[in-house]
Ligand binder design. Structure first.
Ligand code: G16
Length: 543
């Protein structure tokens, strides 16, 4: 066995997006592509000698091959130890958990999250830092810059190793420990939530379906919900991770999780429904014939955090991404704690969590989490809801209705225009930015504009700044329209239009969402000429 130095050349386009580098499998599997990126990561990290790395992914196509390559490159860079999830499986929150618990220097997550998998699907690589969270932009930019000038990479020529058996093996002087992907994570969950109350809930006949969507959260949900909490076998469906997610789109929203939505609408629907995404960091919460918006879910968990033993000490603050509805702001105000507004991307919560300024975080894109790890966490959110359902004895819909009655309702929807022409998308945003200064004071479909800007953010902890994080039009009545281009797509561009309307009057809390938002939807089109720029008369996905 020997360390090889391989000559390579820069491959354009290795700039990480909202959450790591995501590309088609075809792109990732071309010669040197993965190696160049991983070499750029290790080069940016500097001296790796003697350190521990955590490695795992969501089990999608190319996961196993990529793990073997990364192990050999880690050995060539002097890592003392790599902790690998058995069969290459580790959910994104589990990687964060293991990095923190085992005091590793960082971790590599192989996932393209909710993007489809398989040979024609997507693949992705993300580096997480020692605190457990995604690398900040200063690190991802440095990785990208190295990838633009790379001339060689280092890799061991050792044979592939067995990653399917728990235990320790040596790879060119480096120790590889294959770990149970669930154990450390499950132990953390048992400390945060009232497992006894949830066990009693299931023992009393409470019914649930958790849709693993043939992605990574299945094994976690099976072990915890069916195993530790005693839910009947069959509670977790689509529980086995498949390389192509069974041909489905592992995106837990009412459009892509249609099987679960249908189950929850049936006459014999279970009491509670939930789903997670490809890499296990997103969550969707459902009652009978009822879905909870992620923004409402964050607000409701914050308002009821004291039900969970891990949060009985109170919340230090709440953080939400800018496009996420302002429902959580009202809860923070009632609790007398700060609410931070960050750009889209979980990485922006890291400094607030590390500094002890925020306890709960959430995003409209079906992400919720807390300071227990540094990633959003799908199974965690579901267990939090189970804890709340057990403590309150009320159905999901009643909990939500009572929350709205107390705080008011933020009607909320996101309209996505996927795989549109990149130039059209760029022009739409550029035209919008030109219009911003003249919008204040104008009336858009009975909503008077308070201000309109392009969201810029200064991190209150480290002072770092980012610009152009989404155009927002904020009305005097509290309504908002936000436009952003996605940073996670792999085909053309995706325009996201976020719509929010605040309704204080409880007699108006039960209207169909799209109907309640119709005025804002029309205003969003009239300001941005979406149809003209995208060539699309309607969104691809409405959530
Ligand atoms: C990632 C990020 C999230 C972000 C989401 C959507 O989630 O971690 O913070 O909200 O992408 O980003 P965009 O609107 O740019 O597509 P995930 O679950 O894909 O890792």
């Amino acid at each position: 066995m020997a360390i090889q130095t391989v000559t390579t050349h820069p491959i354009p386009g290795q700039r990480p997006g909202t959450s790591g580098l995501r590309k088609k499998v075809h792109t990732f599997s071309q010669p040197h592509y993965l190696e160049n990126f991983i070499q750029s990561v290790f080069y940016t990290l500097g001296d790796c000698a003697g350190k521990t790395l955590v490695l795992g992914g969501d089990g999608r196509y190319h996961n196993r091959a990529a793990i073997q390559t990364i192990l050999k490159m880690a050995a060539a860079h002097g890592y003392a130890q790599v902790l690998v999830g058995r069969s290459g499986i580790l959910s994104t929150p589990a990687v964060s958990c293991v990095i923190r618990k085992r005091q590793a220097s960082g971790g590599i997550i192989l996932s393209a999250s909710h993007n489809p998998g398989g040979p024609d699907g997507d693949f992705g690589v993300k580096y997480n830092i020692a605190a457990g969270g995604p690398a900040p932009e200063s690190v991802t930019e440095a990785i990208f810059h190295h990838s633009e000038t790379i001339t060689q990479y280092r890799i061991s020529d050792a044979a592939d190793i067995d990653i399917d058996t728990i235990g320790t093996v040596q790879l060119d002087g480096m120790q590889v420990e294959v770990i149970d992907p669930v154990a450390d994570y499950a132990e953390l969950m048992a400390r945060l939530f009232d497992f006894e109350a949830i066990r009693a809930l299931f023992a009393g006949g409470f019914t649930m379906r958790f849709d693993g969507m043939h992605a990574v959260s299945g094994p976690y949900a099976k072990a915890i919900i069916e195993g530790m909490l005693g839910a009947p076998a069959g509670t977790v469906i689509n529980a086995v991770p498949l390389e192509d997610f069974g041909g489905h789109h592992p995106d837990p929203n009412p459009v892509n999780a249609s099987e679960l939505i249908a189950l929850m609408a049936a006459a014999d629907a279970p009491d509670f429904g939930a789903a997670s995404d490809g890499d296990g960091d997103r969550n969707m919460i459902l009652g009978r014939k009822f879905d909870v918006t992620p923004s409402d879910s964050l607000a409701i968990l914050a308002a009821n955090a004291a039900v969970a033993p891990g949060y009985r000490g109170g919340l230090k603050g709440i953080a939400r991404s800018m496009p996420t509805s302002r429902a959580a702001d009202r809860v923070a105000a009632a609790l007398g704690i700060p609410c931070y507004e960050t750009p889209t991307g979980w990485k922006f919560f890291g400094t607030l969590l590390d500094a002890g300024m925020a306890t709960l975080c959430g995003e409209e894109s079906y992400g919720t989490g807390s300071d227990h790890v540094r990633e959003k966490d799908g199974v965690w959110a579901v267990l939090f809801w189970l804890n709340l359902l057990a403590a309150s004895g009320k159905p999901v819909q009643q909990i939500v209705a009572e929350h709205w009655a107390r705080f008011g309702r933020h009607y909320y929807s996101r309209h996505d225009y996927e795989a549109i022409d990149s130039e059209g998308a760029r022009l739409l945003m550029a035209d919008l930015r030109i219009k911003l200064p003249a919008l204040a004071g104008t009336v858009l479909n009975a909503h008077t504009v308070d201000f309109a800007d392009d969201f810029a953010y200064t991190d209150p902890v480290d002072g770092s700044t980012v610009q152009q994080q989404g155009v927002r039009i904020v009305m005097r009545d509290g309504s908002r329209i936000v436009y952003r281009l996605s940073g996670t797509g792999t085909e053309g561009a995706t325009l996201r239009v976020y719509l929010e309307l605040f309704e204080a009057d409880p007699t108006q809390h039960h209207r169909p969402t799209q109907q309640a938002l119709a005025g804002l939807i029309a205003a969003a089109e009239s300001v941005a000429s979406i149809a003209l720029h995208t060539g699309r008369a309607t969104p691809t996905v409405i959530t």
